[in-house]
Design a protein around this ligand. Structure first.
Ligand SMILES: O=C(O)CCC(=O)C(=O)O
Length: 262
């Protein structure tokens, strides 16, 4: 099972796990997402980007950076040891550490504001040395069907290199797709990420992805958990919230193995 997923990850730049979270822990995580969204922080520490209802546009995706700093239930959820085993198995790593977590709720109102533009995560991960092994585990807390605005991966795009194009906040998928420079022998093959709650989608830092509006009438809830392996190095002398406190394992849980360079 791991072997097949590892091969898929290497060849296509993404892969999926079976369900690894039970219904009870998912229900708890949903409740705690709502606590953090409403500004109730059980640790007393605010997330890096709290939700501001006064600023938010109706229908836009709720995106809160590092809610696991604010909430112990969320911290426990993202630190799940099965998640660590999967992350290690698909990368062949000795150690896996979480260094950021996005809480994501895409409202089911069908609003264009809830789209996520095509991007490579590497675009936002400048504080890491270029050859660092970095990736994301995206965990849905609700079933994701076609009408829920699923994430869409561009198969094999992790082999195109860092193109420095795209924008998470850009919602004009079509035009970007038409203008993006991709290698001559490649296709823009879009694969929707249709999952049950509690499965995990893993993607490489260079895999292009985005997502469409959620027209289902139900919120699409997830965490995007950003991880690194022992083959990753923060840039020396660069100040960044992402790499500032990697030795603090409460805020940056090591979910597999122990040995990591700092
Ligand atoms: O949830 C989405 O639609 C996009 C998430 C994303 O961009 C990511 O996990 O890197």
């Amino acid at each position: 099972m791991y072997q097949e997923a590892k091969l898929h990850y290497e060849q296509q730049g993404f892969c999926f796990s079976p369900i690894i979270y039970d219904e009870e822990s998912i229900a708890r995580a949903i409740k705690h997402q709502d606590l953090v969204i409403s500004g109730r922080y059980e640790t007393g520490v605010a997330p890096r980007s709290p939700f501001d209802s006064a600023e938010a546009t109706r229908g836009q995706i709720v995106k809160i950076d590092s809610s696991h700093r604010a909430d112990l239930t969320i911290r426990e959820f993202v630190s799940n040891s099965n998640l660590g085993k999967w992350a290690a198995a698909i990368t062949g790593a000795q150690a896996v550490q979480i260094w950021a977590v996005q809480l994501l709720v895409k409202p089911g109102l069908g609003a264009n504001e809830s789209k996520v533009g095509w991007h490579q995560d590497r675009n936002y991960w400048g504080p890491w040395e270029e050859d660092s092994e970095l990736f994301t585990a995206w965990v849905p807390l609700t079933d994701v069907e076609e009408d829920c605005g699923p994430m869409v991966y561009i198969s094999g795009s992790h082999k195109w290199g860092f193109l420095n194009q795209g924008n998470f906040f850009d919602t004009t998928h079509g035009s970007f797709q038409d203008t993006i420079q991709i290698p001559d022998d490649s296709d823009f093959a879009a694969i929707p990420v249709l999952l049950n709650a509690g499965q995990v989608a893993f993607h490489h830092k260079l895999t292009f992805h985005g997502s469409h509006p959620n027209t289902s009438g139900r919120p699409r809830r997830s965490f995007a958990i950003h991880m690194r392996t022992e083959r990753s190095w923060p840039k020396k002398g660069e100040q960044s919230v992402y790499t500032a406190d990697l030795t603090d394992h409460d805020m940056n849980p090591v979910i597999y193995g122990t040995e990591l360079p700092f």
